[in-house]
Ligand binder design. Structure first.
Ligand code: CAA
Length: 440
């Protein structure tokens, strides 16, 4: 009999962007029937990153409250999963490591396999904690889903980061074995390194998602996984929330049950709330589905939840987690809901202007307007380096500047002091539909 301690999710927090575009506003300009967005793909709005937000700031904003609650002492590894990477060499997690003031004796690495990356990170984290149950692993899933304007994917954009602290004897959910796995080389969605938006075969991607669901389920069962009836709810990767409906309908058929709308709603109804409002957050999406379920009224103590993770290209996994009795005391329901309701709505024109922004590549100094509400922001770029700062009035929680060596510390301070002038230089700033510049 195993003497291993249970390992799983000890804390879970997510952060999204400061700005939002509603699908009604999008429909007014694309000419689409709003019902297509609301019911056909199941989205009401999508998070849009401000000029000074990126996957690093989102991840740091998601992780800071986790560090605030649990401290840094137990963390020996930071795994950063993303498919919207900002550097082809340096792991985005190294910036977050500094922004959060983590110890130097920590390993940091970035993982990529489309929307599946964070699930691989969870499994690695679980294995690491099993080798030494005194250590914790911080898993960060952070992505910005950005498609070409006027493409079918445009309505399925979004952005968010989830921070999961993986530990022995977790407070929220135990990660179980076995899991079901599936990989097939398929071109349904990919982004060559020279592109800022992906290439997508939308219909094929839906089909390969469903094919991977069937395959992972069969593998999960063949390895001794629980029968379908034992799963209280299912959290699917949600590129758009109707996909979870399609997936569950498909799984019901796979297990030999006649699919009904009621059976689908019972299994997934509580998992789609956050993603409906945030949109696709790629590798964070399945964790937002889990957060939505945990934050709902459904009593889940001791219940086992199925999780299906799909990353185009494609790799998929079906796994389960058992909710720890008393889990509610560890949740962050209020903060999650505020993160969604506090976003500033964009006009369509402002959204398009933001969408068109790309950081310059000439290596010159370029300061960004202060638009974000978050603690951490991308102040600008200089000499091909990203300059991250913490909002000064919250800097007690954000020891980022102190962790810089002297030359970079001076550079960041100088960027802070030049910020006001930078605002004035930026053409978009002050146009109708843009949020006011934050002070401080
Ligand atoms: N009222 C209600 N429903 C309506 C409607 C109306 N007025 N008009 C259309 N609809 C329905 C359609 O019937 C359709 O429903 P079904 O899928 O059930 O048939 C749905 O709305 C979508 O309509 P279309 O198929 O015409 O939509 P589209 O051509 O705009 O493409 C999409 C939809 C393929 C998902 C596209 O948004 C896309 O390419 N998205 C990006 C790729 C993606 O998300 N793929 C998902 C699987 S891959 C993955 O999961 C990884 C990842 O994160 C990317």
């Amino acid at each position: 009999m195993s003497t291993d301690p249970p390992v799983g999710i000890h804390d879970l927090n997510f952060a999204t962007t400061s700005l939002v575009l509603t699908h009604d506003e999008l429909a007014r300009h694309t000419g689409a029937n709003p019902a297509k967005y609301r019911h056909g793909i199941g989205q009401t709005s999508m998070s849009i990153p401000a000029a000074d937000e990126d996957i690093v700031t989102l991840a740091a904003n998601a992780a800071a409250p986790v560090i605030g609650r649990h401290g840094t002492d137990g963390i020996r590894t930071l795994l950063f999963a993303t498919e919207s990477g900002i550097d082809q060499s340096k792991a985005a997690g190294v910036y977050v490591h500094r922004l959060l003031g983590l110890h130097r004796n920590v390993r940091v690495v970035e993982l990529k396999q489309a929307c599946y990356g964070a699930t691989a990170a969870l499994q690695l984290a679980r294995a690491l904690v099993l080798t030494d149950p005194d250590q914790q692993v911080l898993v960060l899933a952070s992505d910005i889903a950005r498609y070409d304007l006027d493409s079918p994917g445009e309505a399925t954009q979004g952005a968010a980061a989830a921070a999961l602290l993986i530990a022995a004897r977790p407070a929220i959910a135990v990660l179980n074995t076995p899991s079901g796995l599936y990989t097939r080389d398929v071109m349904d969605f990919w982004r060559p390194t020279y592109r800022s938006t992906p290439l997508v075969d939308g219909k094929k991607s839906v089909d390969t998602y469903l094919e991977a669901l069937t395959a992972t389920w069969h593998d999960y069962r063949a390895r001794g996984g629980l029968p379908f009836e034992k799963l209280r709810a299912l959290c699917y990767h949600q590129p758009f929330t109707r996909m979870a409906h399609k997936a569950h309908h498909h799984l019901l058929k796979t297990v030999g049950t006649t699919p009904t709308s009621q059976a689908v709603i019972e299994a997934i109804g509580a998992t789609t709330g956050y993603n409906e409002a945030i949109g696709n957050s790629y590798t964070a999406s399945v964790h937002l589905a889990l957060a939505s379920l945990l934050d709902s009224d459904a009593p889940l103590d001791g219940e086992t939840i199925g999780l299906f993770s799909y990353g185009s290209g494609s790799v998929a996994e079906f796994l389960t987690a058992t909710v720890v009795p008393g889990y509610r005391t560890a949740l962050r329901t209020g903060a999650h809901r505020r993160g969604i309701t506090d976003r500033t709505p964009l006009t369509y024109d402002a959204y398009r202007a933001l969408h068109g922004r790309l950081l310059p590549t000439d290596g010159r100094e370029h300061l960004l307007p202060h638009q974000t509400d978050g603690t951490y922001r991308l102040a600008g770029v200089n000499a091909h380096q990203r300059l991250y700062t913490a909002t000064p009035d919250r800097s007690s929680q954000a020891p980022c500047e102190d962790q810089y060596d002297e030359p970079r510390r001076n550079e960041v301070r100088a960027a802070h002091s030049r910020e006001a002038t930078g605002h004035e230089r930026l053409a978009q700033h002050g146009r109708p539909g843009f949020p006011p510049t934050r002070s401080g």
